[in-house]
Design a protein around this ligand. Structure first.
Ligand SMILES: NC(=O)c1ccc[n+]([C@@H]2O[C@H](COP(=O)([O-])OP(=O)(O)OC[C@H]3O[C@@H](n4cnc5c(N)ncnc54)[C@H](OP(=O)(O)O)[C@@H]3O)[C@@H](O)[C@H]2O)c1
Length: 400
């Protein structure tokens, strides 16, 4: 599927750009050449982004059709129980907040939905969707849902109120599910992508279907996890700093350039004028192939943003994202079968665990380097050191 406009090569991220900072960040970005602004209702700052867009368009600094504005439908406003009015209300609010009458791209932010639109405490304070540690706030009832919402997205596209539709944080299996349902491919899948988390299997799947990948957290994210494999945040890694020093470019420029070389659309976020300008100043020089190889070598599966491993996302299966051993073990505890896709890169680690399982009584399965199925039948508790009475559903660990 082709996009209605050529997708700009990179865009400005606006997550965690606070009201008071984000208006000037967007003004500065557009004035310094950015044409793609990545927004989301969930960032709770679309009104401030919209103030910048209104200023730019009304002052003729830029025409509306020269800008590419993406937004996302937050999981409190998916279709739920057949009610699509929630999606409609969310799109109306986003358009009004952004001062726009259409979006270039609307994404499903995450592949799960909450029953409640909002929950308030007794004193009227809105409950946050996620708790401080990133886990889901238990006051929300969530389940995996994206099919009805994706169909609604397509209807919004047919009406012209959004020019293209896409998804975010979708696994290969979830994109396949859309295909199996006969739905047109999303124009974009926006996923976390940087040298610590390269998502090679997912990128190659998207390339094979013409789905463009937008790379979020291309600098390793504001939260910038320090994976055990490297012990430092991505922007501080010696490989990144060495390339930066050698080429006399900033570490962020090196990472943006690396992402562009992978064919993805990076969305670096900044509220600093200097960083906004330099992050996008990546023309007229190249990374050497040895630099690319060194950056490629940083893959360690470090993921800053976690999804919800909901029930029944696809034919009764469950899934969790790739994480550490604990995630895998949790998936095993909850499910009777684990599907590991794309084991290259972490083969030794996961093959070790999978191998242990395969040699355990009651476990059968097999697989190759890039795909491995493990079936558990009455596995003794001591194998996983966890209780196994709930071995019913199917678990999948995707994109490892
Ligand atoms: N679809 C999703 O679920 C999802 C999830 C996360 C993010 N996103 C999108 O992707 C965008 C980018 O991801 P992100 O915000 O997580 O992380 P990011 O762009 O990788 O990193 C942003 C952090 O890097 C800092 N930074 C920016 N330029 C820098 C430079 N030149 N040198 C040093 N530090 C620099 C920023 O601080 P300053 O602002 O102070 O410069 C901020 O702390 C988001 O803003 C959002 O639009 C989407």
């Amino acid at each position: 599927m082709s996009l209605p406009l050529p997708l700009p090569p990179l865009g400005l991220g606006t997550f965690k750009s606070s009201p008071g900072e984000v208006t000037s960040a967007v003004l500065h970005a557009v004035r310094s050449g950015y044409r793609l602004i990545d927004c989301a209702a969930g960032y709770q700052n679309e009104t401030e982004v919209g103030a910048a867009l209104a200023t730019l368009i009304s002052s003729n600094a830029i025409k509306r059709d020269e800008l590419y504005v993406s937004s996302k439908l937050w999981q409190t406003h998916h279709a739920y129980g057949g009610d699509e009015s929630r999606c409609e209300a969310a799109l109306s609010a986003t358009l009004s907040d952004l001062n726009l009458d259409y979006l270039d791209l609307l994404l499903i932010h995450w592949p799960f939905a909450s029953e409640q639109l909002a929950v308030q405490t007794e004193d009227g304070t809105p409950e946050p969707f996620r708790l401080a540690d990133g886990s889901l706030n238990p006051v929300f009832t969530v389940r995996t849902e994206y099919l009805a919402t994706y169909r609604w997205l397509l209807s919004a596209k047919a009406r012209g109120v959004v020019k293209a539709v896409g998804v975010s944080n979708f696994t290969i299996e979830q994109m396949e599910h859309l295909r199996e349902e006969g739905l047109e491919a999303p124009a974009v899948n926006q996923v976390e992508h940087h040298p610590y988390l390269q998502q090679r299997a997912l990128l190659s799947y998207c390339a094979s279907r013409g789905i463009r990948v937008m790379a979020y957290s291309p600098l390793g994210s504001a939260s910038g996890k320090k994976p055990a494999a490297h012990g430092c945040a991505l922007l501080e890694h010696a490989v990144v700093l060495d390339v930066s020093k050698k080429l006399k470019k900033t570490a962020a420029q090196v990472l943006v350039k690396w992402a562009l070389g992978k064919g993805v659309v990076p969305l670096p976020k900044s509220v600093s004028e200097e960083r906004i300008r330099t992050n996008a100043d990546v023309d007229g020089w190249e990374l050497e192939s040895a630099d690319v190889a060194a950056l490629d070598g940083l893959e360690c599966g470090c993921r800053n943003f976690r999804s919800y491993a909901g029930e029944g996302w696809h034919g009764g299966e469950r899934w969790v994202e790739k994480g550490d051993d604990r995630d895998l073990v949790q998936a095993l505890v909850k499910g009777a079968r684990v599907v590991c896709v794309g084991l290259e890169g972490v083969r030794d680690k996961y093959n070790g665990l999978v191998g242990t399982l395969l040699s355990a009584p009651g476990v059968s399965g097999g697989g190759g380097e890039s795909r491995c199925l493990v079936e558990l039948h009455d596995v003794p508790d001591k194998v996983l050191n966890v209780k196994t009475e709930n071995l019913r559903a199917v678990a999948a660990v995707s994109d490892v």
